[in-house]
Design a protein around this ligand. Structure first.
Ligand code: HEM
Length: 206
């Protein structure tokens, strides 16, 4: 008798691929902001770098506060070590002689997720943060040339993590977001997170 082959219904494509494709446009918009362009062109001055650090601090501190329970609970239980961006940025601000109270941006431009609650939304937001550390390695090299003698803790985080770590993170995304509805929530949250970053980057004068 011929072997019976069972047709499995095809599942959605892996989450990491869907997230990348669904946020391509948002990524390009972030790269086009004046402050990112100034950084890429070697034209960022001391004051603008300080404003960028303050803006990044406001954004990441707000997000880490909102998602504190998830970061220290479910995410830690899943085995992912999240390196606090706001802590790295606090060290950069001190190194730059800036106070955390110097935040020039109204917190409204950095805070409040549009996609409320839920683990899938948190994974989608974290995708933006962890992914940004990849391009951060290019930015780190430019910053080291432009401002030698500074640690650039925030932008160094991606270098410390490395490629293997990113692949591990992508596998976790695929595992945690295996269902279509989970992926849709994560994509909406990732787009909203890019939106928050975009508003912050646009508010930072280059
Ligand atoms: C001038 C600024 C930027 C440059 C040049 C840049 C560059 C890059 C590059 C080259 C990669 C791919 C790295 C690789 O696969 O090896 C990447 C990935 C990524 N970047 Fe950026 N980036 C910039 C800004 C940002 C910002 C501001 C964010 C977030 C708000 C961001 C979020 C991401 C994410 C989520 C990924 C992962 C994409 C994927 O799924 O493969 N990037 N970036």
């Amino acid at each position: 008798m011929a072997p019976v082959t069972r047709c499995m219904p095809p599942g959605p494509p892996p989450a990491h691929r869907r997230l990348r494709e669904a946020t391509r446009h948002e990524h390009a918009a972030a790269e086009r902001t004046a402050v990112m362009q100034a950084l890429l062109n070697g034209q960022l001055d001391d004051a603008a770098y300080g404003r960028l650090l303050l803006g990044q601090y406001a954004l990441h501190r707000a997000w880490e506060t909102e998602r504190a329970a998830w970061l220290h609970g479910e995410l830690a239980d899943a085995g992912w070590y999240y390196a606090s961006r706001s802590e790295a940025l606090a060290r950069d601000l001190a190194d730059w002689g800036l106070s955390r109270e110097d935040e020039p941006l109204p917190l409204a431009c950095a805070s409040h997720s549009q996609v409320v609650g839920g683990s899938s939304a948190s994974w989608g937001e974290l995708y933006v943060i962890e992914g940004s550390a990849l391009g951060g390695q290019i930015l780190l090299r430019l910053l080291e040339k432009r401002f030698p003698g500074h640690a650039h803790h925030f932008f160094r985080l991606g270098q410390e993590a490395g490629r293997g770590t990113w692949r591990t993170f992508q596998s976790m995304l695929d595992h945690q977001l295996s269902q279509l509805d989970q992926q849709q929530t994560a994509i909406a949250a990732a787009r909203a997170m890019f939106g928050r970053a975009q508003r912050m980057l646009e508010a930072v004068r280059a």
